[in-house]
Design a protein around this ligand. Sequence first.
Ligand code: SF4
Ligand code: SF4
Length: 221
Amino acid sequence: MTEHGDPDRRSPDPHAPGHDALAQTSREIAPRDRGAEPARRTSWLPGPGQGFGVTFAQMFRKVTTEEYPEVPKVTKPRYHGRHVLNRHPDGLEKCVGCELCAWACPADAIYVEGGDNTEDERYSPGERYGRVYQINYLRCIFCGLCIEACPTRSLTMSNDFELADDNRGDLIYTKEQLMAPLLPGMEAPPHAMRLGDDEKDYYIRTPDPASPAEPVTVETP
Ligand code: SF4
Ligand code: SF4
């Protein structure tokens, strides 16, 4: 330990920087260290007897048995599980390939490559879409910063926690695995914009009660 870290080895020079503070620290600590009494026994049983006593008492307590996987565990509603890439009500993708989620990720778990939409081949309402999208679940710590960063609410998290596997490759999820399923009324992209002529029509519009405006968060294969 250094001189500054050990109060018993403080500098003998009373003018040295920090001497007074160290001396005061030493006075405060010394009575506690040197005058401490040994912990008193609370039982007349010898140590091993006390240990077996804990085991014996445990036998009469209620047993909590999780019957997973036969009975799937129900998580809290806001549990951070596997990610989902959501769709607009007509099936177009909400992801615009901006990479903000990848930049926000502290674990460098997201990889995005954007692509350009054309009138003949449109995947999202904007100029660009997420052509390549991957999340490496060997890196992800499920902090949720990526979904906070997403400007289109494309990326959300589901309650699915079953992400174990026996090899690295299968834990890098691709866009196809992360995309939300097509709900009734949705059409698989590429296709033209169905909800308006402009991408703003997708974000500034009156919610249609017949179409789910909120992101899909729990549907997983
Ligand atoms: S939840 Fe956190 S660690 Fe996982 S991909 Fe998102 S930002 Fe990265
Ligand atoms: S998921 Fe959201 S933040 Fe990430 S690239 Fe797509 S639009 Fe951007």
